[in-house]
Design a protein around this ligand. Structure first.
Ligand code: PMP
Length: 285
């Protein structure tokens, strides 16, 4: 079989590698009308692939784009893509919608004249085991100021500058607060703390992506009898925690090993959540 490093599905076909797609009239390029999702494939499993494909369609609709493919069809294509790699390769799977052409003089993507495009990009990506973080001077916008109900490309320059600022101070990632000063999420994932055996995580208020992995882990922990509350959390709550961990499609469940001046040991509740997640992932293949 032919094994290329990356594959892109676009316009009804798979192409080896990255495919150049945009021109100066592309609405996505000019006005940021692109949405994406991130799923993963590991040995034999694609955890919650159906939910990731449903969310990319919801993200498209939230950004006034037309989702042109059923989530089930996107998932089938994603699976078809995975089969192009060496069996067992850890992959990142990125379905995207964007607006082309139409709306070249208008700010919103115009439904009558716009071509709504879908691509699926798949590339090998090794697993991640944990990271350090710092409280960011940058904040998460609310739904009133940004389309936070979509996993939209246009939200990520804010995450990008937070990560760059954190890296400049020697940390891997940034923990971001909302405009009211409540902890929201990291620049790339959701965040949980453990105190006295109980788990807490910020309550969704439109300021952060309420992740698919987050919901899965909350459900699994509760089923296992662990108390999980969604509540307002301040930076000090995290600095005083026994454990801190993160959830997201990319790294799944991993410990946060340092926040600013405070070190954290990967703890038993994080390990429980991580084991429950992988049990679920292998059971749902
Ligand atoms: N927050 C942000 C900003 C993210 O980019 C991600 C990754 N998609 C998450 C949270 C985690 O969401 P999920 O578990 O759905 O991947």
């Amino acid at each position: 079989a032919e094994h290329s490093k990356t594959w892109t599905y676009v316009d009804g076909d798979w192409h080896a590698g990255n495919v150049p797609l945009l021109g100066p009239r592309s609405h996505a390029f000019w006005q940021g009308s692109s949405v994406f999702d991130g799923a993963r494939a590991f040995e034999g499993v694609m955890p919650d692939i159906a939910l990731h494909c449903e969310r990319v369609n919801r993200s498209a609709a939230a950004l006034l784009l037309e989702p042109t493919m059923a989530p089930g069809t996107i998932a089938e294509l994603a699976r078809e893509g995975v089969a192009k790699f060496e069996p067992g390769t850890a992959l990142y799977i990125r379905p995207m919608y964007w607006a082309e052409e139409g709306g070249y003089m208008g700010v919103p993507p115009l439904k009558e004249s716009t071509r709504f495009c879908l691509s699926i990009y798949e590339t090998p990506m090794p697993p991640v085991t944990g990271f350090t973080a710092t409280f960011s001077p940058f904040r998460r916008p609310s739904l009133e100021v940004a389309p936070t109900n979509a996993k939209a490309g246009c939200l990520y320059p804010n995450s990008g500058r937070a990560i760059m600022e954190a890296k400049a101070r020697g940390f891997d990632n940034a923990i971001m607060c909302d405009m009211l000063g409540n902890v929201a999420e990291t620049a790339t994932s959701n965040i949980f703390l453990v105190k006295d055996g109980r788990v807490a995580t910020p309550v969704p208020n439109g300021s952060f992506l309420s992740g698919i992995t987050r919901a899965r882990v909350i459900g699994l922990l509760r089923e296992a009898g662990v108390e999980v509350t969604e509540t307002r959390l301040m930076p000090s709550d995290f600095l005083e925690a026994d454990e801190v961990f993160s959830t997201g499609n990319y790294a799944k469940v991993v410990p946060v090993t340092r926040i600013d001046g405070r070190d954290f040991q990967p703890g038993p509740v994080m390990a429980r959540a991580r084991d429950l997640y992988w049990e679920f992932a292998h059971g749902s293949a």
